[in-house]
Design a protein around this ligand. Structure first.
Ligand SMILES: [Fe+2]
Length: 289
């Protein structure tokens, strides 16, 4: 639509340059001679500069600019408008691994047999109090255990590889098994292979608690709005998930054939000891703030 309008505008401008006055030779219209004045040349240079500025904006810069608009509010639990969410999703879906300088050949994607569980690497791109951008790099069999995103909207774009994602949302108003164990409904339990659309989770749906398991080496570009913040009360909590049939709780009933779609999530007191995330410098194109 936008491109069509630009093309249409250009066509109209070109036609308007053709004189409507009869030519001395008859009725054949004659194109006006184009005189290149210093002012014209200056305007033309400005137009070229504007075009080249647009042309060189990197995908990461575009993502950054889009995040600034989409997460302008930056408050806990505020979900961006549907229009803004689609805009950010579209920008993410255009990003390729080479745009952020990641490739499966990098050492962080190799399994290290001497380690009990594969090391996860986080490439930090940017963080402010409204949003954060970064890339999780997982070698084959790497796991990011089940965790939550309180009051956040999160976009995850699988850049390459195959990943199993299992995610849950809380069942609202359900009686609890205990103060730290609540009923949750399975939202996603599937494998994804890049290229695939970015997935989005919200404060209360879309799979706010999720677990990533790399089937091959995987890179995931994550955008969090707003990011985790202990002072703001947005802590990252990890969970164990137990089958629905593990506990019997008064007032909670699920049909036999639907039990697979539910689980009890129990808060882990400690960060999982088998999870080691190493932060590294992002080495892709830089951004201007
Ligand atoms: Fe997450």
């Amino acid at each position: 639509m936008g491109t069509g309008q630009v093309v249409g505008g250009r066509v109209r401008r070109d036609l308007s340059e053709i004189s409507n006055k009869p030519s001395p030779n008859g009725n054949i219209p004659v194109k006006k001679p184009i005189v290149s004045s210093p002012e014209n040349r200056s305007n033309s240079r400005k137009r070229i500069q504007r075009r080249s500025k647009k042309a060189v904006i990197s995908p990461v810069q575009k993502l950054f600019e889009t995040c600034k608009k989409v997460f302008a509010n930056g408050e806990s639990g505020i979900v961006p408008s549907a229009e803004n969410i689609e805009m950010l999703r579209a920008v993410l879906d255009e990003i390729k691994p080479e745009d952020v300088n990641v490739s499966p050949n990098m050492p962080c994607f190799r399994s290290k047999p001497m380690l009990r569980s594969p090391l996860v690497t986080y490439l930090h791109i940017y963080e402010c109090d409204r949003f954060s951008m970064g890339i999780f790099c997982l070698p084959p069999c790497g796991v990011i255990p089940l965790h939550n995103h309180p009051e956040m909207t999160v976009f995850s774009k699988l850049l390459f590889g195959t990943m199993h994602i299992k995610s849950y949302d809380w069942v609202a108003d359900s009686p609890r098994q205990s103060s730290d164990t609540r009923l949750a409904k399975v939202k996603v339990d599937s494998e994804f292979t890049a290229p695939c659309d970015a997935s989005i989770l919200y404060p209360a749906d879309g799979g706010n608690m999720h677990c990533f398991t790399a089937k091959t080496a995987c890179a995931v570009l994550d955008v969090l709005g707003p990011p985790y913040s202990d002072p703001a009360g947005r802590h990252c909590t990890y969970y164990f998930d137990y089958p629905f049939s593990r506990f019997s709780v008064d007032g909670v009933a699920v049909a036999e054939e639907e039990k697979e779609g539910y689980a009890w999530l129990k808060e882990r007191e400690e960060k999982p000891e088998d999870l080691t995330v190493m932060a590294m410098m992002y080495s892709g194109p830089t951004m201007k703030e």
